[in-house]
Design a protein around this ligand. Structure first.
Ligand code: ZN
Length: 352
């Protein structure tokens, strides 16, 4: 059998197309799913633009897509999954060596960079009518969420960031009260959701004054700020940075409370220089305030489970508003367009 899939020749710009490909290989895993939806993000844009990505060994084409949601068609007895379950596939696979982190299932902390990633690096992704997944790399989505279970992968990235903030915070007595999230894109808004679920006083900063972002922040019960980080106030116990804008990152450090922890989750192209930055003052502030600034990428299995749990506890109408466009597979170029008022865009393959 064959199926439709969105493929790309990595490093070749504008090579993406919906084509017929063979059904998923059993080597991809014993669980067969029909694909409900796949979210898209900046990484997908970079791959389609020819800036990033790697096909599976011995092939030229890569099936795109890493933010999956499928419905199980076949699963072996004893796998923990059954036909009808809604599942999300983990993106990263441990490196074959494996390094100390991959050896204990913490592939998100891989030390040698030889990991693979579905839809990104050396493994087919999920934008196809069916996909296969190994039971140990599959996570159940709450059936009550329906197609919104597609938010599980981005939630896993945010879950890891918050888990690591808390693990770092627990180095001493840790009673966080105020949190700042910079950037009100999908990760920032989910980051704010996690902060609200922890009963924190959550503030979200972005550059827009109108559109869905201020509404989404307000509906969450958090406080929206527009413009400079100075507008958001001071004394933040937690900062979750989701813009990757270098000067903002360094400026936000000054807004940390004593013992405050800041997690960096965003990246932007290298080359920007901060005009006037007193690095000695920054160093002094971090030392005298016991501040920690750390980076976080990807997610391990437990973070997908934490992400799925957070979504199941979230308000459904709020999650519905987070996905601003659902685009059918045949109109995939629209899904990769960046439009004003976009928050999250998802390619929908079959109805949930
Ligand atoms: Zn590794």
């Amino acid at each position: 059998m064959t199926m439709r899939a969105l493929t790309v020749r990595p490093l070749m710009p504008n090579s993406a197309a919906v084509v017929e490909v063979p059904d998923p290989d059993e080597a991809d895993g014993s669980i067969l799913c029909e694909t409900i939806a796949v979210g898209v993000d900046g990484t997908d844009n970079e791959i389609v633009e020819g800036k990033y990505g790697e096909p599976p060994a011995g092939r030229q084409e890569l099936i795109l897509g890493h933010e999956s949601l499928g419905r199980v068609l076949e699963a072996p007895p004893g796998s923990g999954f059954a036909p009808g379950d809604l599942v999300v596939g983990v993106v990263r696979r441990p490196d074959p060596f494996p390094c100390e982190s991959c050896a204990v299932g913490e592939w998100d902390m891989c030390r040698n960079g030889l990991y693979t990633e579905r839809g990104i690096k050396g493994r087919d992704g999920y934008i196809s009518e069916r996909f296969r997944i190994e039971p140990e790399f599959a996570v159940k989505a709450d059936p009550a969420l329906g197609r919104l279970g597609v938010l599980t992968e981005p939630s896993s990235v945010v879950a890891k960031a918050w888990e690591h903030v808390e693990r770092i915070g627990s180095r001493a007595r840790w009673e966080p009260r105020r949190a700042l999230v910079t950037g009100a894109g999908p990760l920032g808004l989910l980051g704010a959701l996690f902060g609200m679920q922890r009963a924190l006083d959550v503030h979200v900063l972005d550059v827009v004054a109108t559109g869905p972002k201020p509404d989404l922040v307000n509906k969450l019960g958090a406080t929206y700020h527009e413009g400079s980080v100075d507008a958001a106030g001071d004394g933040f116990d937690v900062v979750v940075e989701c813009t990757g804008v270098g000067p903002l990152v360094l400026h936000a450090i000054e807004h940390l409370a004593p013992d405050g922890v800041m997690c960096l989750t965003g990246i932007s192209p290298a080359g920007r220089t901060a005009p006037t930055l007193d690095v000695d003052a920054l160093n002094k502030q971090m030392v005298l305030n016991n501040n920690v600034v750390f980076g976080s990428v990807n997610a391990g299995l437990r973070h997908y489970q934490q992400g799925a749990l957070a979504l199941s506890r979230a308000d459904r109408s709020w999650l519905e508003a987070l996905v601003t466009r659902w685009v059918p597979l045949e109109r995939w170029p629209e899904a990769l367009e960046r439009r004003e008022d976009d928050v999250k865009t998802v390619i929908e393959i079959v109805a949930a």
